[in-house]
Write a new protein. Structure first.
Ligand code: EPZ
Length: 419
């Protein structure tokens, strides 16, 4: 089993390239199934989750080919399948994003139920409420879901919660439906906007993405695209900003839009970091002592839940008490037990973590329980005294490409070993 071995206490200095956003690439790959001509994507990150989604597209009959340097060719013309197998869906809940595009094109779609995961139960009721409103017949089987519709019809859909996945599935379903669909109280994340921009580049008519109301005028068919560039990964960027904040030093991120990180940059300034930005870069330096901050996670444009574990790790070394409130998922503090083994002093009360800052964390053996919890341990280890060994790296490999190479390039002492 691989381990990351990190000797902490080194200041990070230099430049880190930010790759394409995992959570934009996944819905956009699902959206390729709606195209009637080949699509080439640019800035595609090389991640385990992306490889799983490509396996799924291949299983359904679409051809995919890596063209090198982040470019990916997808030819949907062989796409005939409609049944996503359990062994693929269980590997990644985002497989559920193919439910609607498969339904829209094949008239039926069958996906194993994604089930919960380490951070919460992850229900799908809002996805189904929306598809039902557009005319789909839904059959729940044992461990799978099947939806059917000769032709989806546009309708108004209110989302009880601005679910990212439900918004993405419904936007894709509505693109080829008859008439107009209006989704209200929808997710406003940049990845939703990127999906809408991608679909519009194929000929779809999606308006209002990035607001709480999206209107989609159904069209007969979508074309292809010779080179659609995926946005930079704001969560990857926020992770490296946190690493710079917690170790001190000065790094520059290249390939991310700071407008996608407003609440995160605000909290970094409150923590005591100094920031400078252009349209595609963010510079951070931190020389003063870390101040405690209060964070509440919210749907975009609020503070992103995916960066909550990583910033909780930073706060564990900040002077004073930080109050971290997790409102999006019900079980996203598991990693704090591993932080405590490094000397962090954190008290969990329901969906609130009270983080009593300590002066030093100590390296030890720790385990990643999920993707962002694992990233929190990396950030803590970079600042800890001594050596930390992190196991269960498959979680990290789902969301961070070239993690150790990027950190080593800015001065971190980090290696991946096979235990
Ligand atoms: C997306 O997951 C992201 N994944 C998650 O990132 C991210 O944490 C999450 O959005 C919130 O920003 C991808 O984009 C692939 P949701 P998703 O539906 O779409 C409730 C990572 O680390 N809900 O917005 O599954 C749900 O229980 C991952 O990269 C319903 O109640 O998130 C949760 O409390 C982790 N009914 C809340 O909404 C539904 O039908 C947010 O879930 C759907 C969701």
């Amino acid at each position: 089993m691989d381990q990351l071995v990190i000797s902490g206490g080194r200041q990070l200095k230099g430049t880190i390239p930010i790759y394409g956003a995992k959570n934009a690439t996944l819905p956009i790959l699902a959206g390729c199934l709606l195209a009637s001509e080949p699509v080439t994507l640019e800035n595609v990150p090389d991640l385990e989750d992306i490889r799983t989604m490509l396996e799924l597209l291949n299983y359904l009959g679409a051809e995919t080919r890596h063209l090198g340097s982040g470019r990916l060719y997808v030819d949907p013309r062989g796409f005939r399948g409609w049944d996503a197998p359990y062994e693929l869906v269980r590997k990644m809940r985002a497989s559920f994003l193919i439910l609607a595009p498969v339904l829209a094109v094949q008239g039926r779609s069958r996906v194993s139920l994604p089930g919960g995961c380490a951070i919460g139960s992850r229900p799908i009721d809002l996805h189904l409420k929306g598809l039902r409103a557009l005319g789909a017949k839904i059959r729940m089987g044992y461990g799978f879901i099947e939806v059917q519709a000769e032709k989806l019809k546009g309708e108004e859909v209110y989302l009880d919660y601005p679910s990212v996945g439900a918004t993405e599935n419904l936007v894709m379903a509505a693109c080829l439906a008859e008439g107009k669909t209006v989704i209200t109280n929808c997710a406003q994340e940049p990845e939703v906007v990127d999906l809408a921009n991608f679909l519009n580049s194929l000929g779809a008519k999606v308006r209002g993405a990035g607001s709480d109301r999206i209107e989609i005028e159904g069209v007969a068919a979508l074309g292809g695209h010779p080179g659609y560039r995926i946005i930079g990964d704001r969560i990857e960027a926020g992770t490296y900003l946190a690493a710079a904040a917690v170790t001190g030093g000065e790094i520059e991120l290249v390939g991310v839009d700071p407008a996608h990180l407003r609440p995160v940059l605000a909290k970094l300034r409150e923590l005591g970091a100094e920031l400078a930005e252009t349209d595609t870069t963010i510079k951070i330096r931190r020389s003063r002592r870390l101040n405690s901050v209060d964070i509440t996670t919210l749907p975009y444009p609020g503070f992103p839940t995916d960066l909550q574990p990583i910033f909780t790790a930073v706060c564990s070394l900040a002077g004073g008490v930080s109050v971290i409130r997790e409102t999006v998922f019900e079980n996203r503090f598991r990693f704090t037990s591993e932080l405590a083994r490094m000397g962090a002093n954190i008290k969990i009360e329901g969906n609130v973590a009270l983080v009593y800052g300590v002066s030093t964390l100590y390296g030890t053996e720790v385990t990643a329980f999920d993707l962002r919890g694992g990233a929190a341990l990396v950030v803590a280890a970079l600042a800890a005294r001594g050596t930390t060994k992190i196991s269960c790296l498959h979680h990290l490999d789902r969301g961070y490409a070239d993690l150790e190479q990027k950190l080593r390039a800015v001065g971190a002492e980090i290696t991946r070993v096979t235990a």
